[in-house]
Design a protein. Structure first.
Lengths: 287, 274
């Protein structure tokens, strides 16, 4: 019996399995269970049935946070796509110069998010930031970037694009380098210009990479928490309070553990639904 | 296939201009970190420091306990990395080369958690950490973070590439399962172990969400938590915060420069910001 257990190599999985169950699987089920309760961490835990979810339907700040999350993702994703694709098109050919330049763009991705957020906050600071300084040189008056609902949202979007575009660029470069040169050469011989080649040959052949970039940038943007927490703390008002931040505030500043859990659950379902939707679209287009 | 370029083309010149624009946030922070407090808050701001001041840097050591928080972070990142690598190579081996009931089910379940991150499960995770008595301790930053679905997935894929013949012939020669693993599989996995170590260390060094919910005393602050928390405190000057930002950029930068190729291959692209 013992020999059999060792031979099937299940033993090797046990350490990983313990941590997987305790810290990846259990939280999901515990979160599910907690979402039917009311608990402030101090008083005894109370089962409240579906009342958290009923409250959620009427919580306008929860719906507001979802709208903010969708806006944030909706603005970030296309910007990220275009910026990283342009960078990749500029740098996909192998040469010493482009290897060095790629590293420069990738550095922003290596920057810890807290540091990136701090740097952007400082860059956009009303009186001491570089952006307003540059604007003042051009004769504009300073803008209070992070204190206005619209510019605050755009600012965190810009920071997110800055953080991720180097990484997405690498994905696009890999994709571009995998396209056989012959295709483009043939088109060139047939008299196609650069834009036509990109439009009809390169871009369609990049489809798989494009979908990967879209999925990742949607996933990353929906879960974005640290960037917003540091740059705006959700403000002004609730203008940049994305859902993960609202969940954090509900759980850890108001100590409404059960209510925050029900929010996490709904948010998780929404993320999953979007991921499935994107994959489904991808599958359909493959046929 | 490699496409060869020749010298600096106009596309590269555009790229250089874009790179400079891209680096503005970093350059501005580095320049500002060397300004005196007076200069930092003068309007219009100066581009270059008029008088180089190291006060911000001195303050991070004197007032912000820089060495302490770096020590905490190094401890967390190193221990977590050792455990993560162990879990990934053993687990990845089992999933790639094992034959047992429920293998594909477990694999799929693990892959599913790729989509679920601490940001979504932070409330129940907090309860588990609390019940284990790990709140406000450095182990509370290590134990819950060592399992990574990305790492498991990459390990499994890598281990699948280890030829079965090697394992079979060792078995015929009478090697035990553990000997096969330690004498054949581990040496063949050196590149995997290197990649996992680099990524795991970077993830733990850069992590903010877990420290934010687990740690509440400055004694156990990590670099990122310190940087995030000090910004809300009125007695900490921006001067020191900028210096701390610059200092905390250095380790990831060193890792990146030393192992550029691992990052640029997009090998472990999936969940780099876990």
């Amino acid at each position: 019996m013992k020999r059999n257990i060792i031979n099937n190599r299940f033993v090797f999985l046990i350490p990983a399995l313990i941590f997987f169950v305790a810290f990846a699987l259990l939280p999901i089920f515990l979160g599910l269970a907690l979402s039917f309760t009311s608990w402030d961490l101090i008083n005894p835990i109370k089962f409240v049935g579906l009342s958290n979810f009923r409250k959620l339907l009427e919580d306008k700040w929860f719906w507001n946070s979802l709208v903010v999350s969708f806006k944030f993702t909706g603005i970030t994703t296309p910007m990220l796509f275009i910026v990283s694709l342009i960078l990749a098109l500029l740098l996909y050919k192998e040469s010493k110069a482009s290897r060095i330049l790629r590293a420069f763009f990738y550095w922003s991705y290596m920057t810890p998010i807290v540091v990136a957020a701090t740097m952007w906050k400082w860059l956009l600071s009303q009186n001491t930031g570089f952006v307003n300084y540059a604007l003042s040189l051009l004769g504009f008056s300073p803008i209070s970037w992070l204190n206005n609902s619209i510019t605050a949202l755009l600012s965190i979007c810009a920071a997110q694009v800055w953080i991720l575009s180097g990484f997405m660029m690498v994905l696009f470069i890999t994709g571009l380098q995998n396209i056989p040169l012959e295709y483009r050469e043939a088109a060139l011989v047939d008299g196609a210009n650069r834009i036509q080649i990109f439009r009809y040959i390169t871009f369609p052949l990049l489809k798989n990479t494009s979908i990967l970039v879209l999925v990742l940038s949607i996933a990353y943007s929906f879960r974005s928490f640290t960037l917003v927490y540091i740059m705006t703390a959700g403000g002004p008002g609730y203008a940049t309070t994305v859902t993960p931040l609202y969940i954090y505030q509900t759980a850890f500043t108001q100590f409404r553990i059960g209510y925050a859990s029900s929010m996490s659950l709904i948010f998780l379902i929404i993320i999953m639904a979007i991921a499935l939707l994107v994959m489904k679209i991808q599958k359909r287009e493959e046929v | 296939m490699k496409l060869k370029g020749n010298g600096l083309s106009y596309t590269q010149i555009i790229a250089i201009i874009l790179a400079i624009i891209f680096l503005v946030p970093i350059i501005w922070t580095v320049l500002s970190s060397f300004k005196t407090m007076g200069e930092l808050y003068s309007f219009p701001p100066t581009l270059f420091p008029q008088k180089f001041s190291f006060n911000g840097y001195i303050n991070t050591f004197k007032e912000l306990n820089f060495l302490g928080i770096v020590g905490n972070t190094l401890f967390v990142a190193s221990v977590a990395t050792i455990i993560t690598v162990f879990l990934c190579i053993t687990g990845g081996y089992a999933l790639a080369k094992g034959t047992f009931w429920g293998k594909s089910g477990i694999t799929n379940l693990m892959l599913m958690t790729l989509f679920i991150t601490a940001q979504v499960t932070m409330v129940p995770l907090f309860i588990i950490i609390k019940d284990l008595g790990l709140l406000n301790s450095l182990w509370g930053l290590i134990i819950p973070a060592v399992f990574t679905p990305t790492g498991m997935f990459v390990s499994m894929q890598y281990m699948k590439g280890v030829p079965d013949e090697f394992i079979e012939s060792a078995k015929i020669d009478g090697a035990s399962e553990w000997q096969i693993f330690s004498k054949i599989v581990i040496p063949l996995s050196a590149p995997l172990i290197a990649a996992l170590s680099i990524f795991s260390f970077t993830w733990r060094w850069n992590d903010f969400v877990l420290p934010l919910i687990v740690i509440n005393s400055n004694k156990f602050y990590t670099v990122q938590l310190a940087l995030g928390s000090f910004q809300g405190q009125y007695d900490v000057s921006w001067n020191s915060i900028l210096a701390l930002s610059v200092l905390s950029l250095i380790p990831p930068l060193i890792i990146f420069l030393a192992f550029q190729k691992f990052f640029m291959q997009g090998l472990m692209s999936g969940g780099l910001k876990y």
